[in-house]
Design a protein around this ligand. Structure first.
Ligand code: NDP
Ligand code: 13P
Length: 314
């Protein structure tokens, strides 16, 4: 079965590189001026293997399995224009976010644009650079169809990239989206100098609200406790490799952050706030991140907002 990857960012390129070690892979990017060098500036230091073809023509990407590795806020627009090309295929979302326009996850966007497709989600704790370097990584492959889940698990696993499967698509997808929001809060706590104990509280209380929202949206709690939820939350809240964490560090320290960097948690925090209001669910950490990202809340008030909430049972 053939594989194509849509989105030549860091993650799409990393996945394409390792999968090209098993079978030929096609990688699509909208601007591939770098392709002749066989090194993508978004993933520096990684040489593309000969079995990886880079293209800017979507017609070259009509594979059996197509990985969609575009940022979450870009995916809806892409599918609206190009979705019909990919209908009927196995479409694997690699994005970690909630679409602000529709308040739905990538799998729902794909399902709406490509009603005949088999929709899956690939998510879990993994930095693109680690995957591309062949470091050991474990991810979650979610697909509602158990047979397709098993088939994709085998197709997309490699010697170093170990996929676990689940049929809980909302659980896997929401874990990956929501952890980015909490990582911003964790980074802000460290950036502001509140310390590791404060970070641990944010991670734990953040996890509680991840489970609250995700289960209300149909996820299974045990999926949130797995690689795609807790696993990725731990990684992203503790590593400087994470862009969401680094963005939080900058917010906390009152520093500027490089414009144009993909920080999925900022828009997703706003989507979460809207969903939480709609569903009557308390999401204090996420609401705070949305306020900080939008500039509605100043960092010096953030701590008071969390600490002055009424005392309650854990
Ligand atoms: N990086 C990582 O370690 C991981 C990332 N992910 C997830 O993968 C997704 C993609 O992130 P990542 O690869 O890191 O992002 P990057 O910032 O590295 O790259 C984003 C890519 O999206 C492309 N792009 C942006 N807008 C459009 C558009 N309108 N049409 C077509 N292409 C567009 C960019 O193209 P151009 O270069 O031309 O601007 C670029 O290739 C995110 O949801 C992220 O959370 C998941 C796990 C790990
Ligand atoms: O999702 C990731 C790690 O699993 C990548 O995190 P960042 O998008 O914060 O860099």
């Amino acid at each position: 079965m053939s594989v194509a990857v849509i989105g030549a960012g860091a993650f799409g390129t990393a996945l394409a590189v390792v999968l090209a070690g098993k079978a030929p892979v096609t990688l699509w990017g909208r601007d591939i001026g770098w392709a002749g060098t066989r090194e993508n500036p978004r993933l520096p230091g990684i040489r593309l293997p000969d079995s990886l073809r880079v293209t800017d023509a979507l017609q070259d990407c009509l594979a059996d399995t197509v990985l969609l590795a575009l940022p979450a806020q870009v995916l809806g627009g892409f599918l609206a224009e190009q979705g019909q090309l990919f209908d009927g295929r196995r479409l694997v979302s690699c994005a970690k976010g909630i679409d602000l326009a529709s308040l739905t996850g990538p799998s729902a966007l794909i399902g709406a644009a490509c009603p005949q497709a088999t929709v899956a989600v690939l998510t879990g704790p993994s930095f693109a650079a680690d995957i591309a370097r062949g470091l050991p990584t474990a991810l979650t492959l979610a697909c509602a169809d158990p047979q397709a889940a098993q088939s994709l698990q085998h197709q997309l696993s490699t010697g170093a990239l170990r996929l676990y499967r689940t049929t809980d698509v909302p659980g896997a997808e929401l874990g990956g989206a929501l952890k980015n929001v909490i990582a911003i809060a964790a980074g802000a706590a460290i950036g502001a100098g509140y310390g590791d104990s404060a970070r641990a509280s944010i991670v734990t209380r953040g996890f509680a609200e991840m489970v609250r929202l995700a289960t209300a949206l149909g996820a299974r709690a045990e999926t949130l406790a797995g690689l795609s939820g807790l696993g990725d939350l731990v990684l992203t809240c503790t590593s400087d490799q994470s862009r969401n964490f680094r963005y939080g560090l900058a917010l906390g320290a009152g520093r500027d952050f490089a414009a144009g960097t993909t920080v999925e948690g900022a828009a997703t925090a706003r989507a979460v706030t809207a969903l939480a209001v709609r569903m009557g669910i308390e999401m204090p950490v996420s609401n705070l991140v949305a306020g900080l990202a939008e500039g509605r809340i100043a960092m010096e008030h953030a701590l008071d907002i969390l600490l002055n909430r009424p005392l309650k049972e854990e």
